[in-house]
Design a protein around this ligand. Structure first.
Ligand SMILES: [Fe+2]
Length: 211
């Protein structure tokens, strides 16, 4: 699901009192509607993320911005032509919003399938947000000629990603490898003062070794 956040969530006037939101929690995995609320709110808190925006021509720049037991927030910087590849989030729900530039999301045309021989692409401009249900397969790329920045929230925190065949249409949708994300860097604003542009240490294992 995608929608535009910035124009539909005006900042409430100072002094307005709102009731505490009702978190929709299921075994510490927040649903995508809640994640969309979280990432939309954080996107509007520009002072929180803007100082940590980085881009790297070698790879996507990943900054672990916030972390709780239930969800984790990553700030990503995309140089032109950088992409993830068709992937899932290892059982985590997710939502992300484009902060700067333009990104292209590729998803299976049939939403009830983990992956499909038919793929569709959506161009996302700054302010556009997307939800990704656990088990859903997608790809995100910067197909533009400019830098792009996005903010991603995962629940539970992202600790693995499954990657899928894309080159051969006859077997597209087959998971071919799993990336285990262990030994994540400290959050950028944490007390432990981790480096602002640290990426996760990512181990790649063949599918036969995963579970
Ligand atoms: Fe993703």
């Amino acid at each position: 699901m995608s929608l535009t956040l910035f124009s539909t969530h005006p900042t409430p006037p100072i002094g307005t009192v709102h009731p505490a939101p009702q978190l929709r929690v299921s075994a510490t995995r927040l649903d995508t509607a809640t994640l969309l609320d979280i990432v939309g709110g954080l996107a509007r808190a520009e002072d929180l993320w803007r100082p940590h925006v980085v881009h790297d021509t070698e790879d996507r720049a990943r900054v672990r911005l916030l972390a709780t037991a239930a969800y984790e927030v990553w700030l990503l910087g995309w140089s032109p032509s950088q992409s993830v590849g068709l992937h899932d989030h290892g059982g985590a729900n997710a939502a992300f919003v484009v902060l700067d530039g333009t990104l292209t999301e590729t998803v299976a045309a049939e939403p009830n399938r983990r992956a499909s021989t038919a793929l569709v692409r959506h161009v996302l401009a700054a302010g556009d947000a997307v939800t990704v249900e656990a088990g859903q397969v997608h790809d995100v790329a910067n197909a533009s000629e400019s830098l792009a920045t996005s903010l991603h929230v995962y629940s539970k925190p992202l600790r693995s990603m499954g990657f899928y065949e894309t080159a051969r249409p006859a077997v597209r949708g087959h998971r071919v490898r799993t990336l285990w994300i262990d030994d994540v860097p400290p959050v950028v604003n944490g007390d432990d003062g981790g480096p602002p542009d640290a990426g996760a240490n990512i181990a790649t294992v063949p599918r036969s070794d995963s579970h």
